[in-house]
Design a protein around this ligand. Structure first.
Ligand SMILES: Cc1cc2nc3c(=O)[nH]c(=O)nc-3n(C[C@H](O)[C@H](O)[C@H](O)COP(=O)(O)OP(=O)(O)OC[C@H]3O[C@@H](n4cnc5c(N)ncnc54)[C@H](O)[C@@H]3O)c2cc1C
Length: 473
């Protein structure tokens, strides 16, 4: 991809694992770049969930170009078979990568990108578009010109809402101080907000499961701690997974432990609950689906994430109407069909938008699909940077070779962070025995059919929610 502005930098948005991988590939290719990171250091999002153990071992969490640069600088590679926490991923890999002399001078921290457009052209103007550089506006008003954009800004900053219809529930915005984003550090830095309190966890994915298990542990330590779990589905079977027969051992173990806490009453489960209203009630908050309600001290919203396309509103993007990825990528990552282990490797061809030179990579590229893996993101970075360097053979030679077992498998042995040999993976045969996970890992690589659990659909005959101002139809 030849640029009309080879002297201008390629702007990489975000210094998370995938943005930094892009920086490593750009360094190896000798292309000019600047990494614009909103946080005050690298891996700002990963550090937020630093207390959570990854489900994929180190060997799949390190970009090959980054490893080459780091090794040349004397870095000692972590044990490939160990499962790091988010904090370890940041401290033992991403921070040293960001600090490499070849990369560090090109990263700007505290640089939040507010908008990306073409200099002097809005989205409608066609004439001369490709001969016009990108203009990147930062939140402080500074404008930066760029020859191309690699958007690796993730989705962590834009969680889904509690409201079952995809928009905030009635009162959700007003009650914001009672609502926690996914994966609070319940046993660590956020403990005081939960100890001795009644918490409601909303969501049926593995981030909900992880938080519920941590809250159940807290309930054993701190008297008065109560835990309620609300799901839209009519059964928690999807969250419990296959338990001892689960293809993902750690997921199976999480599911079994969660089921035990529900059965022994530590966690109160409410099924068929679609949040419609959130009403502040003194020091507490009442959450209702129109028929059932629960009054609690804190709400943990574990309802997933969505991409923020507002910063690129003036670019010509061909977004899949369902997922918000590119249209070409959507069928490859569809959570109705795929787990993390079955997403095929992909690169420049699946990531290309009508706006030449703009690419979203990393978890943002998947839109709302929860099937992203770092390993696929690193391959995206390699392919896109090869294309930006004009090396189309390399760009189209998608190289990722994910083994059928082990990539999204956390099966720690005997309470440490080492995975068991021969453990199953997404879609792979289940192992005979399941070890207890040592950390609170999150298996986002959920097998296909994620969205097929039956929901209690809201019908027109349902009673209006108390405090609800709008009416349907
Ligand atoms: C709890 C958890 C566990 C996971 N475990 C695994 C695992 O085991 N294996 C696996 O393969 N994947 C895992 N994932 C999925 C995925 O790999 C991670 O979400 C990963 O962090 C995605 O990397 P990223 O670089 O695309 O985005 P992020 O890590 O989210 O990085 C984006 C960066 O962009 C910055 N940013 C955002 N907006 C702007 C802006 N407007 N301007 C400038 N900077 C901006 C952010 O501050 C952040 O530093 C996990 C995800 C979660 C949440």
């Amino acid at each position: 991809m030849s640029s009309n502005f080879p002297e201008l930098p390629i702007a990489v948005i975000g210094a998370g694992p995938v943005g930094l991988a892009a920086a490593a590939h750009l360094t190896e290719r000798g292309l000019p770049f600047v990494v614009l990171e909103a946080g005050e250091g690298p891996a700002a999002a990963v550090r937020q969930w630093g207390h959570v153990r990854l489900f994929s071992p180190w060997r799949f969490n390190i970009d090959p170009a980054a490893a080459r640069l780091l090794t040349d600088a004397g870095w000692v590679r972590p044990d490939d078979d160990k499962l790091p926490t988010g904090a370890q991923l940041a401290a033992d890999y991403l921070q040293p990568l960001a600090d490499l002399p070849a990369i560090k001078p090109h990263i700007r921290y505290g640089a939040r990108v507010q908008a990306v457009t073409r200099l002097g052209l809005d989205r409608v103007r066609s004439l001369g578009r490709e001969q016009t550089p990108y203009l990147v506006r930062l939140a402080d008003g500074e404008d930066i010109l760029a020859q191309a954009i690699v958007d690796a800004s993730g989705t962590w900053g834009t969680p889904n809402v509690l409201g079952a219809s995809g928009i905030p529930a009635h009162g959700e915005t007003t009650a914001a101080t009672f609502v926690e984003a996914a994966l609070p550090d319940v046993l660590g830095r956020d403990r005081d907000r939960f100890a001795g309190k009644h918490a409601l966890v909303v969501g049926a994915g593995h981030s909900a499961a992880n938080t519920l298990l941590a809250l159940a542990e807290l309930a054993e330590q701190a008297p008065g701690t109560a835990v309620t779990w609300a799901i839209r589905a009519t059964s928690p079977a999807r969250t419990y997974g296959g338990e001892s027969a689960d293809a993902l051992p750690a997921r199976g173990a999480l599911g079994s432990r969660l089921r035990a806490h529900v059965e022994n009453g530590t966690i109160t489960l409410i099924t068929g609950f679609s949040v419609q209203s959130v009403v502040v009630d003194g020091d507490q908050v009442k959450v209702s689906d129109g028929e059932q309600s629960v009054t609690v001290d804190r709400i943990v919203s574990a309802t997933g994430f969505r991409p923020d396309h507002t910063i690129t509103g003036e670019l010509r993007l061909d977004l899949d109407p369902i997922l918000g990825s590119t249209r070409a990528l959507a069928p490859l990552i569809d959570p109705n069909e795929h787990s993390c282990g079955t997403v095929p490797p992909h690169g420049i061809d699946e990531l290309t938008h009508p706006e030449p030179g703009y690419f979203a990579i990393g978890v943002k590229s998947y839109g709302r699909a929860p099937t992203f893996l770092l390993a696929t993101g690193y391959e995206q970075a390699r392919s896109v940077v090869a294309a930006l360097a004009g090396d189309w053979d390399a760009a189209r030679d998608v190289q990722l070779d994910l083994p059928e077992t082990g990539v999204c498998n956390s099966n720690p042995v005997d309470g440490d962070d080492t995975i068991a040999a021969g453990g199953g993976c997404c879609g792979a045969p289940a192992p005979a025995a399941v070890a207890e996970p040592a950390g609170r890992g999150l298996a986002t690589g959920i097998a296909g059919g994620l969205l097929t659990a039956p929901l209690n659909l809201i019908t027109l005959g349902d009673k209006p929610t108390e405090g609800q101002t709008g009416s349907c139809c």
